[in-house]
Design a protein around this ligand. Structure first.
Ligand code: NOJ
Length: 608
């Protein structure tokens, strides 16, 4: 394999470090405690594991929020943007983490949560202190007078539904107005229409960049500009007074102005950015945010793939999905970015999603390892920057079926059960059972159980044996843990290591190469070609089924079967069946074992 010249990027895309990077996401509460008495992870705990993270082949670390917070929404409710959450450590611990990352030539990405603050933030306390003209903070949040219905009953200003259930408006008895909270009532939305808010956010961004942060993951960043006048949302759920407002606060008229404001600062520091953007899928809109020339965001997290098994009005309502749909979503985003010189953020898991093995493959003991390796191949070899969420690299799975709701911690699931299911379906046991099943499939707690470091000590080495962790460790830690996997060449961890290294080794193909989905309609397997040029390319084939299947290799791809198998998740050789036709290549089929993954590489050398 001869690398292409720098001047000849195959897809015309600029080369840069964050496209080549493999990113590791940490959920600080559940990663590693340095103190045996701490029920949550700590920053010093994270620092103690940097060599582990580096040994996986990840070189950038994104931490979910670690700033001061009452933790109603696990830190996505910040009460002080310039201080560290007490339970996680101190500013000195944080400085040390940055130093240690940089000493290893690793980058650090912080979570930037600026659509809302905590109601305990000084800005909000001042804002709610009075309605008087002299209160310069009043307009930092979104306050509106009540409406009154025909019976004279007080009603919120509009019908917007909060993401954590109920109205998105909270009545403030003291100042006799409502404030907007797209999430919990304790997470009031900032008013970006007020220039003082914008400059306070800018100065906070500089504060962290000056301290050594290399970039930001921006929480629901497309929500910061809302439709002027905050009109009622269209009715999508006739059974409820509250309606999904996403169309009215996602990508509002001033979003790109706000993003460019932040982008200008990031450019000054050569900093990185990834925006979380629920509800965005329109090509024009996406390209405004990530188009290489616009200097707003480097990449975004879209939600189309992770919404495949839920309903728009309520993610917990079941939805059957097909592999054809999944492939359609992948193809759409791959083509969109390559065509327009944008860039994909590739993820299957994070702190808001269930574990991918349980969701997209099989966590049955006989298939778990194959599933984990197959999904690693599927994710990391697409075009884009892969994000590996803590525990994904050792094949952690969803919480056990036997866990009752008292083991769950997440406000989203618990509110859903209390405010929706128990109220609207109080007598409907069948529906209640369906919801309990769906929480176990899609609830955010599934991805939040502590990291499984070893199999011997109670709490899996996450914290001390005498301490009750904030959330129980998954009982399968005795078998599925880092210690068991790190030196085992056949482990899920070792496979991830190999696939991440392969992405870097053949970066003309796997980072900068083109993408072509094969067999878009097949319901059993996913296959795509990545190509740097005619001679340097790869075929990636994966079974998504727990039984043996046959994949008919399309004519243009049969030559790959003569190429070396660069990566596979079964020990013995792949199986294929040769049909008749010219040179025996007329009709070839691969026999794919359950969740088998195969990567064939054709590297014919330099193309010029
Ligand atoms: C998205 C975050 O990832 C999620 O955890 C949080 O609850 C909401 N935004 C609100 O900040």
């Amino acid at each position: 394999m001869f690398p292409l010249k720098e001047s000849q990027p195959p897809t015309g895309i600029h080369r840069t470090w964050w496209k080549e990077s493999n990113i590791y996401q940490i959920y600080p509460s559940s990663f590693q405690s340095h103190s045996p008495n701490s029920p949550t992870g700590t920053i010093r705990g994270i620092t103690s594991r940097l060599s582990y993270i580096q040994s996986l082949g990840t070189d950038t670390v994104w931490l979910c929020p670690i700033l001061a917070s009452p933790q109603i929404d696990m830190g996505y409710d910040i009460s002080d943007y310039r201080d560290i959450h007490e339970g996680y450590g101190t500013m000195e611990d944080h400085d040390e983490l940055i130093r240690e990352l940089h000493a290893r030539k690793m980058k650090y990405v912080m979570d930037l949560v600026v659509n809302h603050t905590s109601d305990q933030h000084e800005w909000f306390k001042k804002s709610r202190s009075s309605r008087g003209k002299g209160n310069e903070y009043r307009d930092w949040y979104i306050w509106r007078p009540a409406k009154y219905d025909k019976d004279g009953q007080r009603q919120p200003p509009n019908n917007w539904l909060s993401y954590f259930g109920g109205s998105a408006w909270q009545w403030d008895a003291m100042t006799q107005e409502y404030y907007l909270h797209l999430f919990a009532p304790s997470q009031p939305d900032l008013n970006w229409e007020n220039p003082s808010v914008v400059s306070a956010v800018h100065s906070m961004i500089r504060f962290w960049l000056d301290r050594g942060v290399d970039g930001f993951r921006m929480d629901v960043i497309n929500f910061i500009s809302k439709e002027p006048g905050l009109p009622n949302a269209p009715v999508s759920d006739p059974t409820s007074p509250w309606q999904s407002p996403i169309a009215l606060h996602s990508c509002g008229p001033r979003l790109h102005e706000f993003l460019q404001g932040i982008g200008t600062i990031l450019k000054e520091y050569d900093a990185f950015s990834v925006g979380e953007m629920p509800g965005v899928g329109d090509e024009k809109e996406v390209m405004k945010s990530v188009g290489q020339e616009r200097e707003e965001l480097n990449m975004i997290f879209h939600f189309e793939l992770v919404s495949i098994d839920g309903q728009t009005q309520d993610k917990f309502l079941p939805r059957n999905w097909t592999l054809q749909e999944l492939k359609g979503i992948i193809s759409k985003w791959q083509a969109m970015m390559l065509r327009n010189h944008g860039w994909n953020a590739l993820y299957l898991e994070n702190h808001d999603q269930p574990r991918s093995i349980s969701r997209f493959a099989s966590d049955a003991p006989e298939y778990r390892k194959f599933s984990a390796k197959m999904l690693a191949t599927f994710l990391a070899l697409q075009s884009g920057t892969p994000y590996i969420y803590q525990g994904q690299e050792i094949g952690q799975i969803n919480v056990p079926r036997s866990w009752a709701l008292d083991k769950y911690r997440d406000i989203e699931t618990l509110n859903h059960w209390r405010d929706k299911v128990l109220v609207e379906y109080a007598e409907d046991k069948e529906f209640q059972d369906i919801m309990l099943r769906e929480y176990r499939k899609k609830g955010r707690d599934n991805g939040r159980t502590p990291m499984q470091w070893d199999g011997k000590s109670r709490n899996a080495g996450f914290t001390g044996e005498e301490t009750q962790p904030w959330m129980d460790v998954h009982p399968d830690y005795t078998e599925w843990n880092v210690e068991n996997q790190i030196n085992d060449p056949d482990s899920v961890f070792s496979y991830w290591k190999t696939v991440l290294a392969l992405r870097k080794e053949l970066k003309d193909i796997f980072v900068y190469g083109d993408f072509e989905m094969l067999d878009p309609e097949g319901e059993q397997s996913v296959a795509f070609i990545r190509s740097a040029d005619e001679r340097n390319k790869a075929l990636v084939v994966m079974s998504f089924k727990d039984y043996e299947t046959e994949w008919r290799v399309p004519e243009g791809a049969t030559s790959f079967l003569q190429c070396p198998v660069k990566l596979k998740n079964y020990e013995d050789e792949p199986q294929s069946r040769q049909g008749g036709g010219a040179e025996g290549g007329g009709s070839s089929a691969m026999i794919l074992r359950p969740f088998e993954a195969l990567v064939y590489v054709s590297s014919g050398g330099n193309s010029d």
